[in-house]
Design a protein around this ligand. Sequence first.
Ligand code: AHR
Length: 350
Amino acid sequence: MRKRLHSTLFLSMILMFILFLGACGSDDAGGGGTTVDEPDTTDEATTDNSDEAEATTSEKLVIGFSQVGAESEWRTANTKSMQDAITDAGHELKFSDGQQKQENQIKAIRSFIAQKVDAIVFSPVVETGFETVLQEAKDAGIPVFLSDRSVDIEDDSLWVTFLGSDFVEEGRKAGNWLVEELGDQEDVKIVELQGTVGSAPAIDRKEGFEEVLSEHSNFEIIKSQTGDFTRAKGKEVMEAFLRSDGDNIDVLYAHNDDMAIGAIQAIEEYGLKPAEDIVIIGVDAVKGAFEAMAAGKMNVTVECNPLFGPQMVGLIEDYLAGEEIPKRVAVEESMYTMDQAAELLPTRQY
Ligand code: AHR
């Protein structure tokens, strides 16, 4: 009897040991990371990291984030979303504000490489001129995740994925709204406030808008100039538009809401009524635009959602755990008009 008891005890101990080993194995397989919302991918290509995975999602990572700057309400919300997501997930953040200057961003990435960070999140101010520094990151074995804006570089092995909005589609949405509203009017004169010269959203939002208008001969862009995505510049350039073309302007298409809000001030100071005398179209859907729409001073804003910090952290963790990552992950977006503004304003998160 005693002997049987001993062998039962011995067998149970072996069983428990086997179960324990099994549990350790499943942890190593990389479970428990932040869940990424089912990504809406526009590109089927993926980056496979299964052979190179060194870290797992349970590790504390050091993440360098090279941000464009602090030029708009959108940017402030995006910075906060990314910072909160990285630190809330228990990782260490090294943050650099590029102040809208390419040379600052190149310096920041070099400094992240020197500090041997685990991953770099990079929001490039302009599309070109980053090949060398991205090659340096690749040579150092540090994966780069493009955030918000992409680069115009042939060798796409220089980054893991691009998570951000479809800016061409945003431009199309603005154009389609305008065609719906004023499609039956003759000789509609538009002024355009472009974003930062050479930046992806400025290039793409112009392209999408013009693509739609090219099929409608009653629309004409009579002036187009950069306002660098800021309120101050948006106001300054709109003042110049008004000085030269005065009462001849029917529509303002601004590549972001901040420039539209600056322009609204210029229009009022000039003695015209924004949204009545001049139709105002913005992009971003920031709170400031909802306030302007609720006050009857702006007609429409196309959404560009900046709150994708958690999605980015999920992608980084998954990649470092050896998972396949889509080369392009898009952020889902909508658009909002004046008549929805008052009701939606209290619910806006940025
Ligand atoms: O890259 C996104 C754009 O950059 C936003 O639309 C604009 O407001 C920002 O500055």
